[in-house]
Ligand binder design. Sequence first.
Ligand code: 5RP
Length: 239
Amino acid sequence: MSDAATEVDDLKAKAAETAIDLVKPGMKLGLGTGSTAFHFVEAVGGLVRNGLEVLCVPTSEATRAHAEKLRIPLSSLDETPQLDLTVDGADEMDDQLRLIKGGGGALLREKIVATASDRMVVIADGSKVSKTLGSHPLPVEVVRFGLRATMRLIEALSAEAGCEGEIRLRPGKGDLPFITDQGNLIVDCAFNNISEPEVLAFALKRVPGVVEHGLFLGLADLAFVATSGGIKTMRRAGE
Ligand code: 5RP
């Protein structure tokens, strides 16, 4: 890892360590996905090793494998349909705690788990905070059937919602597309400026081939953002 990457990773770890204070005995937790959530899972693993009793639902197969390695007790939303707290990273967030997620391809399970939680807390380094969402391409999970037609409709309805930019099928290994844990595809939409996320979210939901999009609106309650100056706590209005 370069010095700069190590510095950012340290910030991610600090954000995760701050969120660990919210974890209490007996809690049912959603475990996020990605390099920031990785640190949170590690920290939960440390607490479990020291005897803390929690039950966790992972948001991806990668997080499940990590948590299993740490012997964190796991459950599913079928067995445990309501969670106390989900802690997850984000690709981008604004000051209203509206998020872009799905850079790691786990947006569908992440959104289902966050929605099933009483609280969603975001952990991030300062580079993730933007005035206006869109500098990170918006991931949209789509079914394979009718892919080209779906992409055309995403383009048309997004343009009506004021968002234009390249819409690209996410590549996977070799010549294959990236496949999500649910067996779907991801298209990444480089809109650059999503001035009305709610309008875009509504438009994307009108596309039949769209399973879910990476706009998380009204889901995150609290964020811990780590910068070289310390941890900034951000709250959604009304929280
Ligand atoms: C995965 C996600 C991640 O939370 C997001 O990509 C942030 O990842 P990282 O913490 O590695 O920057 O949405 O689908």
